[in-house]
Design a protein around this ligand. Sequence first.
Ligand code: SF4
Length: 430
Amino acid sequence: MGAAKEGRVTEEMIIVAREEDESPEKLRQRIASGVAIIARNNRRENVQPIGIGEGLRTKVNANVGTSIDLCDVNLEIEKTRIAVKYGADTVMDLSTAGDIDSVRQRILKEANVPVGTVPIYQAAVEVISKKGSIISMTEDDVFNAIEKHAKDGVDFMTLHCGVTRETVKKLGKHPRLTGIVSRGGTFLAAWILHNDRENPLYSNFDYLLEMAAQYDFALSLGDGLRPGCIFDASDWFQIRELLTIGELVERARAAGVQAMVEGPGHMPLDQIDANVRLEKAVCKGAPFYVLGPVVTEIAPGYDHIVGAIGGAVAGLAGADFLCYLTPSEHLGLPSIEDVKEGVIVTRIAAHAVDIVKLGGKARVRDLEMAKARSQLDWEKQFKNAIDPEKAVTIHARVKPKSSGACSMCSDFCAIKILREALETSGECLK
Ligand code: SF4
């Protein structure tokens, strides 16, 4: 952001601009003003820089990471590999068990895409294991964890800076149906309530900015008070936190630090558009990173689809970055197959948004697919499919009686019948 403000077009800007079929100068201007960011720490030179924000392709993040109940580093590495293979633009390591440093370092080594983390998890987990409770965490514990992640080259960090003492104290008198559902938000809220002190990430925000500038990581301003059910959507807590985050975005920009903003959460479909516009207005166009939104509560096992529906609506309204959900959301730690499903479904939502948002340059494969379908060219259809393996498997499941067609209509294949009719009548398909 510093270079962009000085009017310099960096190598990363050139790479992202080429990827996005955009002018490097236009991208530089967007980065300088903070409406777009490039997520890549300069410690990770072999990683593809990714642009997130205004005028750029909608990006997809996949979460991986260990938990106390299933702490298998190799499994998380494989999930990282699968997530990237199926189209995740970034990966976040949310590990809370095992040797967290080593898991993070291995994920950073495996992923050739930007990696994000939530350092408060590690600070809290380590304090709880050493001292028995989150309330004993010190400000140094928090900033030491951030520095550790930064030194490893983490590209962006979720930091719940907007969970303030004022908002948390109100929770007791004005309870929400699902309270706080963000892990980081809850760790901080418990600490604030017990110690009756301000959130260290908020009270030391200038120090945080110094670290971000020094170590070259982007801030992802976490929504610790996001609604955890559709009945808490757009309430005072969510909007109050957003207003605080809006002020912090301005301070980050003034310090030359890239910042994006995380958003809801659970939300009925008809509130998403207004929420995205509100974020863009309050945070002066900062890139918006949405978690879902989850648009209904009653589909456990299918929450990747629920999140993709919300993500598509949010993307259309201007959200820039979609965090995937998997079929395991609200139920357990995702499997490798869940990660694959989650990435693909979210990728579809992001692409559907880009067809509208970016027009022709996002429609190249769709055009190829439409032509291939009209020509009954199956190889070309598989080549242009988001998940070719699945398309091949389904097509091969039942062998069609009629050559060229598929088993859906077989002899009654509409495309074939029309083509034969035109050929017989002497008319030519152009
Ligand atoms: S058989 Fe039916 S579904 Fe299959 S390609 Fe022809 S028209 Fe399409």
